[in-house]
Write a protein that binds this ligand. Structure first.
Ligand SMILES: [Zn+2]
Length: 314
């Protein structure tokens, strides 16, 4: 059986896995990411791969990283959380292990995993993935291939504009979707209600020791599950913006399936429900035309490892 390694480089950990042709993970290894030390991060990546290769001979290595990858898939041009600038990561790894290496953006890798083995595995042609976490990542598959763009940086749906002259985004623009539909936005909405209308946030405030500024994402999910009005309204708000963006993507791309993943999808229908309602509302004028179904991601924390390994296999 042909095996490949997938490595997922996050801001806090480097997670690697040996993956078979059907997406099965046969072994895992992990190290902490010394995020401000590029050389140290490379050593941790080497460590993870060495540990896996020692027990499992593999044919290729795939790497997913949170950053902008150049169009030749060899360099990380810029990684906001990893201190890498024009880092020739592919060649460093290929020279060290004498194997073919592919590198890819982390959201693209997750999209590929969902398309091949996860929520969109029954789709043969196309899919749009939103990962809703601290920010919003996204990946697009069209015609059975990842959409990478001429310069390697396509599918940044989180940085499309939701609100003209809106909230300032980390990317420098104003009004990006990420500022309205991410996990960070969820917490911002919930904190604001807890501050302004504490009677609607009693449960939420009890979880946060009475301090609106202490509210975090898991607290909002817990409180919403137990019926806290402020927490439910916060999910409705991010769902509203997410659904609007999904409708725009359908107008442009007409994909088979839309998948929502990322940490916030732990909330399940609390997020999918309002997102799908706003999505269907925004597309109502399309009448009887078919539109993509909206599904929750299924690959969880291993999406990056499995997607990177499968891209390496190709
Ligand atoms: Zn932005």
């Amino acid at each position: 059986m042909s095996l490949t390694i997938g490595v997922d480089i996050g801001g806090t950990k480097v997670l690697g896995g040996v993956v078979g042709p059907d997406g099965e993970v046969l072994a895992q290894a992990r190290r902490p990411t010394p995020a401000h030390d590029p050389t140290g991060t490379l050593i941790m990546i080497f460590d993870v791969i060495s540990e896996l290769i020692a027990a499992h001979p593999v044919d290729a290595i795939g790497v997913g990283a949170a950053g902008w990858i150049d169009s030749t898939r060899s360099k990380i041009m810029y990684a906001p959380n990893l201190a890498w600038r024009d880092e020739p990561l592919r060649d460093h790894i290929a020279e060290r292990f004498n194997l073919p290496v592919v590198i890819e953006n982390d959201a693209n890798v997750a999209a590929w995993a969902e398309f091949r083995f996860g929520a969109a595995r029954d789709a043969s042609d196309s899919m749009v993935l939103y990962t809703v976490g601290t920010g919003i990542g996204s990946g697009i598959v069209l015609g059975g291939e990842l959409v990478r763009g001429a310069f390697g940086v396509a599918a940044e749906i989180g940085h499309t504009r939701a609100v003209p002259d809106g909230q300032l985004c980390g990317c420098g623009r104003r009004g990006c979707l990420e500022q309205y539909a991410s996990g960070s936005a969820l917490v911002r909405y919930a904190r604001a209600t807890a501050q302004e209308a504490p009677d609607k946030a009693e449960l939420l405030l009890s979880l946060a020791n009475g301090l609106p500024q202490a509210v975090n994402g898991p607290m909002v999910t817990t409180a919403a599950r137990q019926g806290d009005p402020a927490a439910i309204a916060a999910f409705e708000q991010i769902g509203y913006w997410l659904g609007n963006s999904m409708a725009d993507m359908v107008q442009v791309l007409d994909p088979q399936v839309i998948v929502i993943g990322g940490g916030v999808i732990d909330a399940g229908d609390l997020l999918i429900g309002p997102a799908e309602a706003s999505y269907r509302d925004a597309l109502e004028a399309r009448g009887r035309l078919p539109v993509a179904n909206v599904l929750a991601a299924q690959m969880g924390n291993l999406a990056g490892v499995v997607g990177a390994a499968d891209l390496a296999r190709r």
